[in-house]
Design a protein around this ligand. Structure first.
Ligand SMILES: *Cc1c(COP(=O)(O)O)cnc(C)c1O
Length: 353
């Protein structure tokens, strides 16, 4: 047998997550991964590289808890939000359990479930990108984890709070509801963290990769009640957070770091409004969907052609034509003012045949 044939059958069949980096591209305008367009500047202050790090860096846990308005017992630090997704599936799903999610949405729920050998159930979002609660209820048999992304990637809008509350009621005692709040800093009042006291089966995923501008750091969080956090503590690696990561994360979560994040967020929101206005003027744009995050989903007359034309000009966007119901759609991360201007100018030069 070849090495590939020796690997688990679900791994042999697995298509790895098509991350923005894996998809490649070349140029100087990278608006395909919802990153903050410039890097915040931090220096390492802790040089104890000879020692294993704290299993859960106390300074980071405490400052994130304070920032999120929860207690330290409600927080676990992970290697990016992506590790939170995988930990929850690994900790809660038996081989014959299923994970439910609502496309079009973030691709890692499916990839992590497949990696763990867990079945997938999908209940598409409605035409206005909201939860189809009756269909979800009909499909809950065997489901241990439900993933909902709000603001949703790639569509940009929020899932209605009243629907999230109904979902939490219908799943109580049966399944974990994960609300992925990777983009919550762009619409902070929408957080479900205020509901943790009411729902022991609610888990909220957070990250420093988006509004904090620290995608390269690989630092994320799960917020939940202590019992759920303790389950995740059992399955996480013994030393998941490297010393340099917790050092910089603690600085990013200091008063000064939070002020910087809030100013970055305000800049993104102002630039998003300007970009949206300018996109809506272009004849080849059919629709710019309302966004609460740092990206815009745009429907074009010929999305794939637009994506390719900009790709060839060194402007890398995220093609969404394969996502459920998103034919001709392209996701554009809000960049710097200069980058956004380049996007609009390049789009103005695209000629549709
Ligand atoms: C970016 C993102 C994450 C997590 O990213 P990390 O870099 O692993 O923290 C999680 N969910 C969604 C929807 C995202 O867009």
């Amino acid at each position: 047998m070849t090495i590939s044939q020796l690997s688990r059958k679900n791994i042999q069949a697995l298509t790895p997550y098509q991350s923005a980096r894996r998809l490649g591209g070349s140029g100087d305008v990278w608006l395909n991964a919802n990153e903050y367009p410039t890097s915040p500047n931090f220096d390492l202050t802790d040089h104890t590289f000879n020692r294993y790090p704290e299993a859960q860096p106390e300074a980071v846990v405490n400052s994130y808890a304070a920032y999120a308005g929860v207690q330290p017992e409600n927080v676990i630090v992970t290697r990016g939000g992506d590790e939170s997704i995988e930990l929850i599936i690994r900790a809660f799903c038996e081989a014959d359990d299923a994970v439910l999610y609502c496309p079009p949405t973030y691709g890692m729920y499916a990839v992590s479930a497949e990696t763990c050998g867990v079945a997938l159930k999908t209940v598409p979002l409605t035409a206005d990108f909201q939860l189809n609660l009756p269909e979800i209820e009909k499909n809950l048999d065997g489901v241990k984890v439900v993933f909902v992304c709000s603001p949703n990637n790639p569509t940009g809008g929020l899932v209605k709070r009243s629907d999230l509350l109904k979902l939490l009621q219908m799943t109580a005692g049966r399944a974990i509801v994960v609300v992925d709040e990777a983009y919550i800093e762009f619409c902070p009042t929408a957080t479900m963290a205020t509901e943790l006291a009411n729902f022991p089966h609610l888990a909220i995923i957070r990250t420093l990769s988006k509004a904090f501008g620290l995608a390269g750091l690989r630092c994320g969080f799960t917020l939940a009640n202590a019992e759920l956090i303790n389950v995740l503590q059992k399955v996480i690696a013994p030393y998941p957070i490297p010393v340099p990561v917790s050092d910089i994360a603690a600085q990013a979560l200091s008063e000064q770091g939070l002020a910087q994040m809030r100013s970055q967020t305000a800049t993104v929101l102002a630039n998003r409004a300007e970009l949206q206005k300018n996109l809506e003027k272009l004849p080849l744009v059919e629709q710019v969907f309302e966004s609460e995050a740092n990206y815009l989903l745009v429907k074009f007359k010929d999305g794939q052609k637009v994506f390719k034309a900009l790709w060839e000009q060194g402007i890398v966007l995220r093609d969404q034509h394969k996502a459920l119901g998103l034919a001709n759609c392209v996701r554009i991360t809000v960049g710097t003012e200069v980058e956004n201007k380049k996007v609009v100018e390049s789009l103005g030069r695209v000629v549709l045949g």
